[in-house]
Design a protein around this ligand. Sequence first.
Ligand code: HEM
Length: 239
Amino acid sequence: MNNSTLMKQLAAIGMVALTAATASLAASAALAAPTAKTIQVMSVKDGDAASPQAAIWEKAPAAQVALQPAFPGHSSIVGTPVTEKLVAQAICLGDQLYVKLAWIDRTANTVIGDTNKFADGAAVQFPVNGKSTTTPFMGDANNAVNVWQWRADGRTQNLLAKGFSTAMTVPSEGLKSASVRTDSGWAVVLSRPLKVKPDEGANLLGKSTMPIAFAAWDGENEERDGLKAVTLEWWQLRF
Ligand code: HEM
């Protein structure tokens, strides 16, 4: 075998090794990447996290969550949602999870009425099966999502959905919300026991990570239903 053939073969072997190395690097990078879209849950034994103004929130890690327009689910409701981002924090206190959301919204729209008055709102969404293989676009026929929704008109809703046009309110005693107006917008805390009955929503007990998605509605911009700003992918709550 002459030298040049040998050199060519060695080069080829080198290329294969290099491609394999980069592939495993990409894989480990992909595995490592989740931190980019992760909210570290601060676990504490006692304290008070129910109010958005509670001092404990100053210690909880905060994530800047970029929002994008949800693509129109119904052709009858179209527009451009205005909320571009929110700040998310999470505290696990005893057997309860508290999620605080804060975002800019210059107008407080707290009543719905007439035909074009809508309330401000925000929500978090979890896959009921706890898997990020569930679509974050309100789930699908086989994979439900559980949504906790705060509305500025004072209603707090627990919803289950299996895709668009399937969202239904399911009572959840333990789901609570508290909200305040800030200088620039809203700060809201949604809280619920980690464990609920299976038909009530997603179980969060014993999880090391849990996919979570976000949504915000600006009532001033007539946002409601599918007309809202959302995360088009799952973030991860890391307990
Ligand atoms: C691209 C993603 C999404 C699309 C296209 C979408 C679309 C829709 C549509 C069409 C509706 C109207 C009712 C229905 O058809 O069920 C709706 C309602 C709703 N969606 Fe979504 N959705 C998306 C993501 C999300 C996310 C991430 C959340 C929560 C974090 C969420 C929370 C809700 C809630 C709470 C309602 C009920 C609104 C109300 O009754 O006030 N959605 N969505």
